[in-house]
Design a protein around this ligand. Structure first.
Ligand code: ARG
Ligand code: ZN
Length: 420
């Protein structure tokens, strides 16, 4: 690394409070690295934690998307220009993030649950999601049970729905929405629930396998991201931090397994802040407590995120592979292919270990589940992108995305049913 890189990284230690603002004057840069050096530089910037990378280039020629605050844009651009001779390309795809957030057609959203069909035509509130789960419990008490696994910092109920014919069956644990702004994730979980419970054609899917699904694991953050256009890109929880005015922790850096080992930040103002200590967030602690208590039944864990069309498995803290990497790889590939086959959006999934496909990031839920509970199969699925910032699929894309993803889910089901 040359001095220049270091200067930029050091400078950025002072670059402040991303997310605690209305994004006035912030720009979105699309950067296409053409040499290994440039890829490495972007990785350094990213793990520095002060920039909001919406997308990370994994390979030469692959785009990174990063939001940069006004104070450091000149310096940032000068640095990039230094690279252009060696082929790096960048462009500013959004000149003013605040304006773009305000003008991007706000997807329909609703606070009232009417029929289950509205779940997939608009982005519903957390309250509506909970209402849906409780309605299913009332209507289908023989196969559905709803349990609160805990409360968020702001006091919202974290509901988990259990679907199954026999509590002793092997269980698939699913969560979604741990990152607030990744709005397409909860509908994917809700659609799995909807298809299992309300589509009689799928009754076989819960005869020999149980499902435990938490469709909205970070509802404080989610509701905050819905509360104004400026807050749309909120990622973290909403618990305040001592010693900082910046709010929230990245819940997917907060799990107690190689916590803070790589790709996580100790600065509360960063998007990848790992928290003051592991499980500082009630949301992550609730998931962990539940998973530990049910570790013997759980055979497979899936956490839904967006975006990037990736099926990731541990480890996220190291580029070493787990013992059963081969099994994780081919099962992931089968699921990805099943989605690709039916996709009307031309979804093509990349499958691999988090660190190798994406970047090192310790403290994720998938690593913790695999490393601590002993559940052998753990995945993070990065769903398709949509909208200017990737987190905003139009409401009309909800249905195609949830439907195609469900095809992949049936592969995971078939394997758990056959293998356990
Ligand atoms: N985009 C996800 C995140 O940054 C990927 C998580 C993959 N898993 C991991 N343990 N790093 O949280
Ligand atoms: Zn995420």
């Amino acid at each position: 690394m040359s001095k220049l890189y270091n200067v930029l990284l050091v400078l950025c230690l002072a670059c402040g409070t991303l997310g605690e603002n209305n994004y006035e004057g912030y720009k979105l840069y699309q950067i296409t690295p053409k040499t290994e050096d440039q890829v490495e530089f972007l990785h350094q910037l990213d793990s520095n934690g002060h920039f909001d990378f919406l997308r990370h280039s994994r390979l030469l020629g692959d785009n990174s998307e990063v939001i940069v605050a006004p104070e450091i844009q000149d310096f940032f651009e000068n640095t990039l220009i230094n690279f252009t001779a060696s082929g790096l390309e960048y462009k500013i795809t959004v000149e003013n993030v605040r304006e773009a957030l305000e003008t991007e057609t706000a997807p329909n959203s609703t606070n009232h649950y009417q029929a289950s069909s509205s779940l997939f035509t608009e982005f519903v509130s957390h309250a509506v999601m909970n209402e849906y789960l409780l309605t299913l419990e009332r209507l289908y008490p023989h196969i559905v049970q709803v349990e609160s696994i805990g409360r968020t910092f702001e006091g919202r109920d974290l509901l988990l729905i259990k679907i199954g014919a026999n509590p002793n069956n092997p269980t698939i644990l699913v969560d979604a929405g741990i990152h607030a702004r990744e709005w397409i994730a909860p509908p994917v979980a809700l659609y799995i629930i909807n298809q299992l419970v309300e589509n009689p054609a799928n009754y076989r899917l819960y005869q020999n396998v149980n499902w435990n699904i938490i469709p909205s694991l970070n509802p404080d953050g989610y509701e905050f991201s819905r509360s104004s256009t400026w807050n749309r890109l909120w990622r973290k929880t909403r618990q305040p931090n001592q010693s900082s005015t910046c709010i929230g922790t990245d819940p997917n850096r907060n799990f107690e397994y190689y916590w803070m080992f790589a790709g996580a930040s100790a600065d509360p103002c960063d998007e990848i802040y790992a928290g003051p200590q592991p499980f500082s967030e009630p949301e992550t602690a609730a998931l962990a407590t539940y998973a530990l208590r049910n570790r013997d039944q759980i055979k497979l864990y899936i956490s839904f995120h967006s975006y990037g069309n990736m099926i990731l498995y541990p480890w996220g803290y190291t580029n070493d592979l787990p013992d059963n990497a081969e099994e994780l790889q081919w099962l992931g590939e089968l699921a990805g292919l099943a989605i690709g086959r039916v996709s009307t959006l031309n979804s093509r999934y990349v499958v691999g270990s988090s660190t190798n496909v994406l970047y090192a990031a310790a403290g994720g839920s998938d690593d913790w589940v695999k490393g601590v509970t002993g559940v052998g199969l753990a995945y993070t699925i990065e769903l398709p992108a949509g909208g200017l910032f990737g987190f905003n699929p139009p409401a009309t894309s909800i249905l195609p995305i949830v439907q195609e993803t469900f095809e992949g889910i049936t592969i995971f089901h078939a394997y758990v049913e056959a293998a356990y």
